[in-house]
Design a binder for this molecule. Structure first.
Ligand code: ADP
Length: 391
């Protein structure tokens, strides 16, 4: 089946047409800067485009995408649409898009203010442009809904969970689910027989503890701000720091929001960049800020992995994924060194090749736990979920 996978953000629409039989992306692209100076970049089997487009809203953006798919003669072959949804609130699995689902997504706007309205709008606009196609919502939080109460509750009065559903939700669930299933496949095990930690390290980063295919703990929380140090997000923080900044510097809520979401993480620590490639290069040339950022990023990652490992009965494997996890040899090496108490023994040559010639494995032959690198493929999993629900 050919599935159009849509990821509608506040100012962009990313898309891919996935063939679920071959697992190939037949076409992919994005419309960005919606509302400002729209731009479409897309490729298909016969052509590529990279051009400005008049897209004051998501309506014109999706129309531009459809025009491109028409020129590639793909529209008639698409049988369903799968949407990536950042926050699924109460949803524990993917779900067919209905009026109720769209209204629910709108109702939890406060949980992810930039994303949820864009997702709901994307579903409504997709219905207009592809009226006959069934649509499915795949939630980034759903995979984490198997966490036990002890893992998802915060240490604040219980009534805030009951009244306002304040709890750990976790994000990147589609990626954690995909790479943990891939790890089981590559290791020749059933997912039920694998206990692992997955570390999705990109601009946003999170780790998850997965027991027999089910998530039992994760580092992101009520929002994607919790947990690991990220590109521009602080990760976990003593909340009293915010009270202190308010009292000392007069920072209000909006200023604090900007500080911890946009000015912190690798960018804030290094004073240079949020980009791991830039930082690795700069650190090798002696840039002190870059060295500090790398050091803190890897140590906090090891510390959080150590923490969530306590949710597992045994640790069989640690899987690195995402732009940093898949490519940064230095991040994996430094993190595994910090985790040596768990028994990790890295193989330098395998790590150098990103595990490409050793079935994803970068730990030494026969050593346990196994360390692996697996490329994530969220679009494929969204397409496969969509196919399953549509059938
Ligand atoms: P997003 O979370 O936006 O999907 P990605 O998963 O693409 O982000 O990850 C982006 C991060 O991956 C950036 O910090 C980038 O520097 C890093 N990255 C990509 N390629 C490399 C590389 N070869 N070496 C080190 N870091 C890399």
């Amino acid at each position: 089946m050919r599935v159009l996978v849509l990821n509608c953000g506040s100012s962009s629409v990313k898309f891919a047409v996935i063939d679920t039989a071959t697992h190939e992306a037949i076409s992919s692209g994005l419309v960005e800067n919606i509302g400002v100076n729209g731009h479409i970049k897309a490729k298909g089997p016969t052509s590529k485009i990279d051009t400005m487009v008049d897209a004051p809203t998501h309506v014109e953006a999706i129309a531009a995408m459809q025009d491109f798919l028409k020129t590639e003669n793909l529209v008639d072959s698409i049988e369903a649409i799968g949407h990536r949804v950042v926050h699924g609130g109460k949803y524990i699995t993917s779900a067919p898009v209905t009026r109720e689902v769209i209204d629910y997504i709108k109702s939890i706007t406060l949980f992810a203010p930039l994303h949820e309205p864009a997702h709901a709008m994307g579903m409504e606009v997709a219905k207009k442009y592809f009226p006959t196609l069934p649509q499915v919502a795949v939630f980034d939080t759903a995979f984490h809904q198997t966490m036990p109460r002890k893992a998802f509750l915060y240490g604040i009065p219980y009534k805030y969970y009951e009244d306002l559903q304040i709890r750990r939700y976790g994000f990147h669930g589609t990626s954690h689910r995909y790479v943990s299933a891939e790890a089981a496949r590559l290791l020749g095990k059933k997912p039920e027989d694998l206990n692992c930690i997955t570390a999705h390290l990109g601009n946003g980063s999170s780790a998850a503890a997965i027991r027999g295919g089910k998530c039992v703990d994760t580092t992101m929380g009520f929002t994607p701000l919790d947990g690991l140090v990220m590109g521009t997000r602080s990760g976990s923080l003593d909340p009293a720091i915010l009270f202190f900044l308010n009292k000392k510097l007069g920072f209000d809520i909006d200023r604090l929001d900007k500080l911890v979401n946009k000015e912190s993480g690798l960018l804030g620590l290094s004073g240079l960049s949020n980009d791991m490639r830039t930082l690795t290069q700069a650190a090798s040339e002696g840039h002190e800020g870059a060295k500090i950022a790398l050091e803190v990023f890897c140590y906090k990652l090891a510390r959080e992995i150590g923490g969530i490992t306590m949710a597992l009965p045994t640790l069989d494997a640690l899987i690195f994924t995402g732009g940093i996890g898949e490519n940064s040899r230095i991040v994996r090496e430094t993190t595994l060194e910090s985790l040596s108490i768990l028994g990790f023994k890295m193989d330098k040559a395998r790590n150098e090749k990103n595990g490409k010639e050793s079935g994803g494995i970068i730990s030494r032959e026969g050593s346990t736990p196994i360390a692996m690198v697996i490329a994530t493929n969220e679009e494929l999993l969204i397409a496969l979920d969509t196919e399953e629900l549509v059938k």
